[in-house]
Design a protein around this ligand. Structure first.
Ligand SMILES: *[C@@H]1O[C@H](CO)[C@@H](O)[C@H](O)[C@H]1NC(C)=O
Ligand SMILES: *[C@@H]1O[C@H](CO)[C@@H](O)[C@H](O)[C@H]1NC(C)=O
Ligand SMILES: *[C@@H]1O[C@H](CO)[C@@H](O)[C@H](O)[C@H]1NC(C)=O
Ligand SMILES: *[C@@H]1O[C@H](CO)[C@@H](O)[C@H](O)[C@H]1NC(C)=O
Ligand SMILES: *[C@@H]1O[C@H](CO)[C@@H](O)[C@H](O)[C@H]1NC(C)=O
Length: 554
């Protein structure tokens, strides 16, 4: 034992010596981790039924990497993506006019959100035939090799890929649409995000009643799912066995810490949060405003949703009062969909004073900066921006967490209710209810968000998570490239395609995959043994009793 030690040290010294020696005498050659792209098909179609900047942007940030690597990408979405100059080399065609926001102007209850969502799905299905034809035309015209489909309302995109026998990668901003599990849910389906601590009755409602109600709502206002299958049949479109269409890969723009944990199948991969490589700088005007205020509240409700006049007034009133009470010293509010007509002419403050709204909206208030558009990331990243009053859209949420800005969330629709619950459970946000907006509640929550030590700690943690995970968009691009490479020169038809991602159970069947036959055999052996012993015992007992009887008789 004692003798070995010096020998070991000697050996280590030798290794060290050799290493140091080579390092000083030779130049290391960097390892090239790039691969040969010459045989890989090049044409990618990015399809989004919903379209719009907030929806398509993260997908574009992924394909921008692919464009740089030499792929041809065509965007097929509702409306037009502006400014398209942000993504040079992108070919753009339109599915039709931008989806209207009219439907989103009405304030609705928490319970009604699933109806709105069902209705949206119905509208998309009513337009299925037309959408499918547009995808088909583009697919043939641009000789598409891979379909990259936004999952929302976009059955046609997935179907065309399957029918042309091309790989399809789907994109979603949450797991609820692509990989639902029984212990999680979403307000889009009428339930809270976590069912962990809900009562038996709530879980009963979410597991059994809600799906029926959704099916009923859809059936009443448009063709239900089976009718979609009828349309498919008429158009000679196959889905794989009438179930979820076959998807090669599902990319999800979310990350642990934000999304509630759940195990994922190998071909469902989290790649978020996806953020752009660059962002526009502050305008001189904005820069001046934010530099001269030390505690700025930034307010924005996205490009799609708005709330009602009553709420707009309450929100504006809360800003005036927050400044008066020195909770914040400046407010930046881009009014995008909301117009100046969506306010009452006067504000009545808590202390009874009246104020005209129009001068505030025309930037006469020295500490409230109203504008049409702001470079959001630049505002959030400014050290003086301390709080974000947001609708809780996925993009805004990611930018806020990335820049370590706590959030006051007023969800208005879509995935925003779910996001707001996730942010609240991560301890980085407080939420408001559109139907019960209250100025003193808003002020109270602003103070908590700005002061609370626990929130500050949580926001630091989330900032790290957001930053390290934001590098995964390169992984997303790599995976898409791999699928193209793997479908390669062969057609996307054989069963071996992406076999490396298919766990054995899908081929073994439920019984074998869970070793139920093995346990069955064990149970058989056990029962046989017990049976044997019981039989022996029974015979022994009956023998002995017959002996007894015999002996009695004797
Ligand atoms: C990419 O698109 C351009 C313009 O449509 C076309 O000229 C070029 O051949 C395409 N490249 C490939 C590899 O298909
Ligand atoms: C649809 O499925 C049928 C039967 O599985 C098959 O014969 C047919 O070729 C498929 N059509 C397309 C377009 O893939
Ligand atoms: C959702 O959770 C909140 C608490 O976070 C609770 O007050 C509310 O009743 C729940 N809503 C439903 C529909 O279960
Ligand atoms: C449910 O309750 C347990 C125990 O109190 C707690 O640890 C957990 O965080 C709760 N889950 C949610 C989603 O609130
Ligand atoms: C955010 O602003 C800080 C300065 O406050 C700067 O150092 C940093 O690079 C900015 N972040 C990004 C992503 O540009």
């Amino acid at each position: 034992m004692i003798k070995r030690k010096p020998l070991l040290i000697l050996l280590l010294n030798l290794i060290f010596y050799v290493n140091v020696n080579t390092a000083t005498t030779q130049n290391y050659i960097p390892i090239k981790d790039d691969f040969d792209r010459s045989g890989i098909p090049k044409n990618i179609l990015l399809g989004s039924y919903v379209g719009g900047r907030s929806h398509v942007k993260p997908m574009l940030d992924v394909v921008a990497i692919l464009i740089e690597r030499g792929y041809n990408v065509t965007l097929l979405a509702s409306g037009r993506y502006e400014p398209s100059s942000e993504y040079p080399g992108l070919n753009q065609i339109t599915l039709g006019p931008r989806l209207g926001v009219k439907e989103l102007r009405r304030t609705i209850t928490y319970e009604e959100h699933y109806k709105r969502f069902s209705r949206f799905i119905e509208i998309s299905r009513n337009g299925y035939k037309e959408t499918y034809e547009k995808y088909k035309k583009a697919a043939i015209e641009y000789n598409i090799d891979l379909f990259f489909c936004d999952v929302l309302g976009n059955d046609a995109c997935i179907d065309i890929a399957n029918n042309l026998k091309k790989p399809v990668v789907v994109w979603s901003s949450g797991l609820q649409l692509t990989d639902p599990v029984p212990y999680k849910n979403d307000p889009l389906y009428g339930c809270n995000i976590s069912l962990e601590n809900e009562s038996f009755f709530e879980r009963f409602r979410c597991a059994l009643i809600q799906p029926l109600q959704i099916a009923y709502t859809m059936g009443r206002i448009g063709p239900p799912a089976h009718q979609l299958n009828n349309i498919r049949e008429l158009m000679n479109i196959n889905t794989s066995s009438g179930q979820m269409p076959k998807v090669s890969l599902s990319l999800v723009d979310t990350f642990f810490g934000f999304e509630l944990p759940q195990p994922l199948p190998p071909n469902v991969q989290e790649v978020g949060p996806v953020l752009s490589k660059e962002y526009p700088p502050l305008t001189p005007e904005l820069s001046n405003f934010i530099n001269t205020h030390k505690r700025v509240l930034y307010v924005a409700f996205g490009t799609r949703f708005i709330t009602n006049t009553e709420n707009n007034n309450k929100i504006l009133q809360s800003f005036v009062e927050a400044i008066n009470r020195k909770i914040v010293d400046g407010v930046v509010w881009p009014l995008i969909e909301t117009s100046k007509d969506n306010f009452y002419p006067t504000l009545k403050l808590t202390d009874g004073t009246q104020m005209q709204t129009l001068p505030i909206l025309n930037n006469k208030h020295p500490h409230i900066h109203i504008t049409k558009f702001v470079p959001q990331f630049a505002v959030l990243n400014h050290t003086n921006t301390k709080l974000f009053f947001s609708h809780g859209g996925a993009g805004s949420t990611h930018e806020s967490l990335y820049t370590g800005t706590p959030m006051l969330v007023l969800p208005l629709g879509g995935d925003q209710m779910g996001n707001s619950q996730k942010l609240k459970s991560a301890g980085v946000a407080l939420t408001l209810n559109e139907l019960a907006l209250d100025v003193s509640d808003i002020l109270n929550k602003m103070s908590i968000l700005l002061e609370d030590e626990k929130i500050k700690k949580n926001i630091k943690k989330m900032e790290v998570l957001t930053k390290i995970n934001s590098r995964r968009k390169y992984r997303a691009a790599d995976l898409i490239e791999y699928i193209l490479h793997s479908s390669g020169l062969e057609e996307y038809v054989n069963d071996d395609f992406l076999k490396e991602w298919a766990p054995a159970p899908s081929r073994m069947g439920f019984i074998k995959a869970n070793n139920l036959d093995v346990y069955g055999a064990l149970l058989g052996i056990f029962l046989t043994l017990i049976g044997g012993i019981a039989f022996k015992l029974f015979k022994l007992i009956s023998n002995s009793s017959s002996i007894k009887i015999k002996s009695k008789k004797a």
